[in-house]
Ligand binder design. Structure first.
Ligand code: SAH
Length: 274
């Protein structure tokens, strides 16, 4: 995959892209990430990228010309080809007004050949970029950042770790929080495997050595070697955590009969005795 980031702060990305799995994905040739300095596409002495808003109001707005000029030499397919899905390319504007970025979107974008991320600043970006250049606007959450750089780094990291070969262990991506697919059916026939795919739930809790730390022991079930019991405990913990922290996710999960019973028991512990 090729990713292009358009920003007025190219140095910002030295940190986020130079560590861990993102760095490895680049070194392995799975991803090529290029950062473009928007100021190089200005024509005045002050390399102006922003201007005052038409209609009045606070702050400054990123001008459209440098952004359009930055994208032109990239050799992207036309916006129409991109929007009809004829090509696996997407131009994304990071924006607090965008559609909320999710793991499902990360999975979708991980199959793209080309992703362009435009980082806004100040009060935002001239709306003609959203209307005529970008294919979608993405928000990483319901809060306002000062720039799209952090958001672009989040999107890049979420995508690159899903590129085949990037994690080293493909199974770990299947088990993670929010990852649909597999679900209850796969979990039930997991056999001697003690892990369970999240199927859209939050991940189950993880523990490592020491078995006892400052008097706090890891749950006994994890050290008894019974894969089936471990799998059941993990599923229950995942259900518990999802119910507590993100009950909204339960609606989209394919729950098994066993899951439903577990949920009833969690919600009403007294039902256990019946
Ligand atoms: N006036 C805008 C906020 C601009 S913040 C509003 O109220 O919606 C400046 C830039 O930061 C935006 O152009 C966008 O690129 C980025 N940004 C801010 N919050 C973001 C979020 N939640 N997700 C993605 N990008 C965000």
């Amino acid at each position: 995959m090729k990713a292009d980031i358009v920003t007025i702060f190219p140095d910002f990305f030295r940190g986020p892209l130079d560590h861990g799995i993102t760095r490895r994905a680049v070194e392995m040739g799975l991803a090529k990430i290029e950062v473009h300095d928007l100021r190089q596409f200005t024509h005045d002495r002050h390399r102006t990228v922003d201007d005052r808003p038409f209609g009045g109001g606070e702050g400054m707005v990123l001008k459209p010309e440098p952004i359009f000029e930055c994208l032109e030499p990239l050799g992207l397919a036309s916006r129409e080809q991109r929007s009809t899905g004829t090509v696996k390319e997407s131009v994304i504007l990071l924006s607090a007004q965008g559609e909320r970025f999710t793991q499902a979107m990360a999975l979708e974008l991980a199959e793209f050949e080309r992703v362009v991320l435009i980082c806004g600043r100040y009060e935002g970006v001239d709306e003609r970029v959203a209307g005529y250049l970008a294919d979608r606007e993405l928000s990483i959450g319901d809060y306002v950042l000062s720039g799209g750089e952090l958001a672009a780094a989040v999107v890049i990291e979420a995508i690159t770790r899903l590129l085949p070969g990037a994690l080293g262990n493909e199974a770990s991506a299947r088990q993670e929080s929010f990852t649909a697919g597999g679900g209850a059916a796969e979990t039930e026939k997991a056999g001697p495997d003690s892990t369970c795919s999240s199927g859209g739930l939050l991940d189950y809790p993880h523990y490592t050595r020491p078995a006892e730390f400052r008097g706090i022991a890891v749950p006994k079930v994890l050290i008894n070697g019974n894969h089936e019991e471990i799998r059941r405990w993990r599923r229950e913990q995942a259900l518990k955590k999802t119910l507590r922290n993100r009950p909204d996710l339960l609606k989209g999960v394919n729950l098994s009969g066993e899951d439903r019973k577990t949920l009833e028991r969690i919600k009403d512990p007294s039902s256990m005795s019946s």
